[in-house]
Design a protein around this ligand. Structure first.
Ligand code: ADP
Length: 241
């Protein structure tokens, strides 16, 4: 994959101070959302999907309007803006006790989506594994997105020009971020299999990862070295964009 950008291979902060995370990675329509929602039902996993966070914003607000402006064209929302929204969201989740960084593994769905976003997240997340949902047949992705448009009433899925633009953006801006990570962190899963088979493969990858993290935490707790979370270190006002 050529020369690796320096992001995400190291960080200025030791990993115990960052949220442990796995990335659900893949093209629009590859099934990240479906699998992420299933994983979120398992205790110890916390699913965040930027698309869902953005769609829950009030479209009359400035943040909501910015999202709409870019997503309706099939473009990525600007990097700093996106990361700011996400960081505030996750901090809010932690403060309200919905997300428990000491025990939960973050399931990142749709973020990061560029090398820049990967770099901007470096101080906050420690990526322990990437599940790369691979689909060689782009027509299949387009077909799935068209079906989703009918089911979920998503305007950005209903228009072929917008769909094609999103797939183009994925190839050009999102895929290169894989180069930020060592290849042994990336587990490829064939996204064209049935949903239950994709889930089976993902579980096979994640069971040892989660067990190792839990084991390390137990050992730390026994030795009295409990980690502090990013939110505990940086008490910034939630909602400041
Ligand atoms: P999909 O993965 O099917 O494209 P999402 O629901 O994840 O759909 O995202 C919908 C839209 O929200 C994207 O097309 C983009 O405009 C915006 N978006 C979501 N996540 C990000 C991100 N990490 N960076 C920039 N824009 C994003």
């Amino acid at each position: 994959m050529g020369q690796k950008p320096s992001a995400a291979k190291s960080s200025s902060l030791p990993s115990p101070h960052r949220y442990k995370a796995i990335l659900l990675f893949g093209a629009p329509g590859s099934g990240k959302g479906t699998q992420g929602k299933i994983l979120s039902a398992i205790p110890g996993f916390f699913h965040t999907a930027t698309g869902d966070i953005f769609r829950s914003l009030d479209l009359r607000s400035e943040v909501g309007r910015t999202f709409w402006e870019y997503s309706s064209r099939g473009e990525l929302v600007p990097d700093e803006f996106t990361i700011n929204v996400w960081k505030n969201y996750i901090k809010g989740m932690e403060m309200t006790n919905a997300f428990h960084p000491e025990t939960d593994l973050l399931v990142m769905d749709g973020i990061p989506r560029s090398v820049k976003q990967t770099q901007l997240l470096e101080d906050t997340i420690d990526v322990v594994k990437i599940i790369y949902l691979v689909c060689a047949d782009m027509n299949k992705m387009v077909e799935r997105l068209r079906r989703r448009a009918l089911k979920e009433n998503r305007v950005d899925d209903a228009n072929d020009t917008v769909i094609r633009k999103r797939l183009e953006v994925y190839e050009k801006n999102t895929k290169p971020l894989l180069d930020c990570y060592p290849s042994d962190k990336i587990a490829q899963v064939d996204a064209t299999m049935s949903q239950i088979k994709v889930l089976q493969k993902i579980i096979e990858v994640l069971v040892p990862v989660k067990s190792a993290i839990d084991h390390a935490k137990e050992t730390q707790e026994r030795s009295g070295l409990a980690p502090t979370s990013p939110a505990a270190r940086t008490p910034e006002p939630v909602g400041a964009i």
